[in-house]
Every structure is written in structure tokens, then in C-alpha cells.
Write a new protein. Structure first.
Length: 95
């Protein structure tokens, strides 16, 4: 893959994921990013950590195909940084 095609794939992937983040927002609270910059405040939280195959950012910037990215997103939900930390704290406490 040429450097230009890699860059195009990365930009396509980022635009797709950021569009979803802006549309869906945090699944736990009312936060919705108002810009692509604010999309950084949302993480993909995997409901079942054993199903996680890769970090979403690695898929996006590693020029994975959109179908691979869609499959990974389907395994979780977008949470803001605070709600994501709370979910992991609850899971840790439950162990």
C-alpha cells in the first residue's frame, strides 16, 4: 500500500469513527462531542473484555478496513472518559 493510500485509509477511518462518536455520544451520560477534537473524550468500552481483539485507535490509524472497525465497535459502547473510568472501577471492585 502506498503512503498516500495508507493516509487516505486512516483519514477515512477517523472520519467514520468520529462521525459515530458525534452521533451517539456517551452511552451512560448526556455528553456528545460538538467537534472532532472533542471526540477524543470518548473511548470504546468493551462490555466483555475477552472479546476485544484490538484497540480501536490501532485499527483506525493502522489503516484497517471499515468492516473490521465496525465489528470491533459492535463489541462495545462509547463512553466518556469519566464514565469509562467508573465502569472499570466497578468491574475491579466486583472481582
Amino acid at each position: 500500500m502506498t503512503p498516500k493510500r495508507k493516509l487516505d485509509a486512516r483519514l477515512r477511518n477517523a472520519a467514520y469513527v468520529n462521525g459515530l462518536k458525534m452521533e451517539q455520544g456517551c452511552a451512560k451520560c448526556d455528553f456528545k462531542p460538538a467537534s472532532e477534537m472533542e471526540c477524543r473524550l470518548l473511548d470504546l468500552h468493551h462490555k466483555k473484555t475477552e472479546e476485544k481483539t484490538a484497540k480501536l485507535s490501532r485499527l483506525v490509524w493502522g489503516h484497517a478496513g471499515l468492516e473490521t472497525i465496525k465489528r470491533e465497535i459492535a463489541k462495545g459502547e462509547f463512553l466518556c472518559k469519566l464514565c469509562h473510568a467508573r465502569e472499570h472501577a466497578k468491574a475491579k471492585k466486583a472481582r
